[in-house]
Design a protein around this ligand. Sequence first.
Ligand SMILES: [Zn+2]
Ligand SMILES: [Zn+2]
Length: 148
Amino acid sequence: MAQVRSATGRCLCGNVTVSLALADRFDVCHCSTCRRWGGGPMFAVEADGEVRFDGADHIEVFESSDWAERGFCRHCGTHLFYRLKEPVHYALPVGLLDDPGALRFDKEIFVDEQPDSYSFAGDRRRMTGEEVFEEFQAGTRDDPQEST
Ligand SMILES: [Zn+2]
Ligand SMILES: [Zn+2]
């Protein structure tokens, strides 16, 4: 299994800082919601348990689907999290981290929504949206945050 370590991060303006535990890997989501939100695919680390935000009153939350919300800093617009509502689970943009370290590019999801105009080099697990939902519903609980 991946190593779990603690990490810190912050938004561009510094009003929001975050600390969390995470595995040493990240995923990329190609879904249209992530691309519309961020202007490109989302590079995300999965939080292991609690995520602590300082400056929470600077966070704006947008409900992006029936099951998930996305948070951002209301001053500088930095994207802070993707959050599953039930059970609560966080994925955070890799770019927030003060020290991204040697994160491993673990997998790509929603590849069925990926535009033809770009692709990433290298081999890794690639899952369609349907496969992501199936795995989540099967209760494997491996990477439950991975839905649009
Ligand atoms: Zn900010
Ligand atoms: Zn997505």
